[in-house]
Design a protein around this ligand. Structure first.
Ligand code: NI
Length: 272
């Protein structure tokens, strides 16, 4: 959730053999995984010339946990969507016998295509998810992407009932950290396992403040604002995590860290 607005960022990924803002290649490789894993695709709306898509495991098993992973809210935070692609490419479809998985692979395509944080209208896609007396409401600074997602609140709430992981980056930082949400007073194994997973790839932030929030042991805990993840947790998603990988590190290392936290997120909730 870094600060810069007009600056554009792109990196060259050795893993994917392209620049990180190569949206044509991203969608091409994503389509291959959608086909391989037989994911269902719903177009929730459009942003500029691009669809905002929800992907879901095709068979919904009512006794399984419902988990959602989202990425690409901020266009310069490239390792989230590419990490999701890496996660999908190594996913065993047998997982879908145990988990109902939903994915928002690239929420802000117009920002991603130019490597800029905000969408092409200059709006922040992870801001302005207001709840007024419990009702999803647009307001000051609500982006077109947020409106699209809020229009599908019942679907997204059901899809994230047992957990939401949303993958961000902090392009100006050298250390990793997470925002996490658990239905208790202090961070538990959900938060600690996810932080430790990132810590296998990247240095964990020292205690202090990041964006005016207290970070302790790499975790900002139960911090509620008008973000998408906070919006879902306030309405009943049981566990939430917003991961932040540091843009000052190698892009492929960040992609691998994002893929690993997605794998761990699914495994933790599956184990519970
Ligand atoms: Ni962000």
């Amino acid at each position: 959730m870094a600060q810069s607005t007009a600056l554009a960022y792109q990196w060259h990924s050795e893993i994917f053999e392209c620049q990180t803002n190569d949206i044509v290649r991203f969608y091409h490789l994503l389509e291959q995984q959608i086909n391989r894993l037989s994911l269902s695709k719903s177009i929730l709306g459009t942003s500029g010339e691009y669809p905002v898509c929800l992907l879901q495991s095709s068979q919904h098993i009512t006794t399984n946990p419902n988990l959602m992973i989202s990425a690409g809210f901020h266009g310069e935070e490239a390792a989230g969507p590419w990490g999701l692609l890496h996660f999908l490419s190594s996913l065993d479809p047998y997982l879908f016998a145990q988990v109902n998985l939903s994915l928002l692979p690239l929420v802000n395509p117009t920002g991603f295509a130019i490597g800029q944080r905000f969408n092409q209208l200059g709006e922040n896609p992870n801001h302005g998810f207001y709840l007024e007396d419990g009702t999803p409401t647009s307001g000051k600074g609500t982006s077109i992407e947020a409106k699209i997602l809020m229009d599908h609140t019942p679907t997204l709430l059901s899809a994230s009932r047992d957990g939401i992981l949303t993958c961000h980056e902090d392009v100006l930082l050298t250390d990793t950290y997470i925002y996490s949400f658990e239905p208790q007073q202090t961070p538990g194994s959900f938060s600690e396992n996810l932080r430790d997973t990132l810590g296998q790839f990247l240095p964990v932030a020292v205690d202090g403040e990041i964006d005016d929030c207290p970070v302790q042991n790499g975790i900002i805990f139960n911090h509620f604002d008008t973000s998408f993840e906070s919006f879902l947790v306030q309405q009943g998603s049981r566990f939430g995590c917003c991961s932040e990988t540091p843009g000052q590190h190698n892009i492929d290392q960040r992609i691998l860290a994002n893929a690993a936290i997605m794998t761990e997120f699914v495994n933790i909730v599956k184990r519970d």
